[in-house]
Design a protein around this ligand. Structure first.
Ligand code: G3I
Length: 348
């Protein structure tokens, strides 16, 4: 329970009459609003996407092609969200499993579904050490790998040109812990530090309309890893390397809780001249504690004008990559959880 709600709890009796009056006034005002808006509950923001849109933001979800055929999955996603991220379908192993052979079936299916249900799409992800086919690991030299990386970025961004709101151009390039160093990866080891800026430059020329994001986890508070990403963004800005946004994945659990300086950390990135996005939010837990953490994240994004929006990493707990943590807003039966109600209330 938050400090604020504890205080409210203590004053609830003396405030009852005032609450009743405010409640009645609110009901009358809502009735008027419904009349004015032609009775559309959607217009008043009764879903995550509509409520976020009313605040100039989006509320998205990761989608998996394999589940779109399940009626409740698709209905829940289509009703609640206005941004989609393919959970796996645009990754390197899915799109270029063999060198020069591009396969877009899964990504296209998600994009088409999103477009036909009023959702924009985030592209995820162009350059990442994980879900990377073996042949990329086996490229011998930095110059050849640079060509391979450029070719991959150009192919994907040309195929989806004009249809992707933002791309996670480079994903998870920094190490955890106190070093602030780059993570070991084929790109880092063979091309060196310049692979990130090179990827962003190639991406900008391939689709100038897409926002270009750097995306990572464990950078939600001020720490050695987020400092390293901050310094990279600052350096890029000073040298006119194109970068538009930083994605904060937001995978939280009891070992890695929502940090108290979350909003302050987002703000310092915004102050560098990029926007921020919560890109893969999921929070282990249940009940009030989970709901409070979701509220914290939602309020932080709402408080920052250049926080573009929030994406949760899946529709239902049962298909989460860590379903045992029940980290999402809908349970396995697509029922709204307490966390859902808290997020919606915060957005409204
Ligand atoms: O595609 C194969 C399928 O052919 C096979 O039958 C099946 C058997 O297990 O595996 C399928 O691949 C799985 C893939 O998801 C698609 O379902 C992989 O084993 C599995 O490892 C993979 O997990 C994904 C994970 O990234 C891989 O690193 C999760 O779904 C996805 O939620 C997760 O997402 C990442 C973000 O992209 C980046 N940030 C962290 C986040 C969580 O790990």
């Amino acid at each position: 329970m938050t400090e604020q709600s504890r205080t409210t709890g203590r004053t609830v009796r003396s405030g009852f009459r005032r609450t009743l009056v405010i409640g009645m006034a609110g009901a009358l005002a809502s009735a008027g609003l419904v009349a004015l808006t032609g009775g559309s509950a959607h217009a008043a923001g009764s879903t995550l996407g509509a409520a976020a849109a009313a605040k100039g933001k989006y509320f998205g979800t990761a989608l998996s092609n394999g589940h779109l055929g399940e009626a409740q999955y698709a209905q829940t996603a289509d009703r609640e969200f206005n941004m989609a991220t393919p959970e796996n379908e645009m990754k390197w192993d899915a799109t270029e499993p063999n060198r020069g052979q591009f396969t877009y079936g899964g990504g296209d299916a998600i994009l088409n579904h999103a477009q036909s249900h009023g959702m924009r799409t985030r592209g995820h992800t162009l350059v990442w050490h994980s879900q990377l086919p073996g042949w990329v690991n086996n490229i011998g030299t930095g110059s050849e790998l640079t060509q391979v990386m450029d070719n991959h970025i150009r192919n994907l961004m040309t195929h989806y040109k004009g249809k992707i709101y933002a791309w996670d151009v480079v994903n998870e390039a920094f190490q955890d812990g106190s070093s602030g160093a780059r993570r070991s990866s084929p790109f880092q080891n063979k091309i060196g530090n310049s692979f990130i800026e090179h990827a962003f430059q190639t991406a900008r020329s391939a689709d100038p309309a897409a926002k270009l994001c750097y995306n990572d986890y464990n950078i939600d508070g001020v720490n050695a890893k987020s400092n390293a990403v901050y310094n990279m963004v600052k350096d890029f800005k000073s040298r006119n390397i194109p970068i538009d946004c930083v994605g904060f994945q937001g995978h939280f659990n009891s070992q890695s809780p929502v940090p108290s300086d979350f909003q302050q950390n987002l703000q310092r990135f915004v102050d560098l001249g990029v926007s921020v996005q919560i890109t893969e939010l999921d929070i282990a837990g249940s009940g009030q504690a989970q709901a409070d953490n979701y509220t914290k994240v939602t309020r932080a994004c709402l408080a920052i004008s250049r926080c573009d929006g929030i994406t949760v990493w899946g529709v239902t707990d049962k298909y989460s990559w860590r379903s045992g943590d029940t980290p999402l807003l809908f349970d396995g039966n697509y029922q709204k959880k307490q966390a859902y109600n808290s997020v919606l209330a915060a957005l409204q």
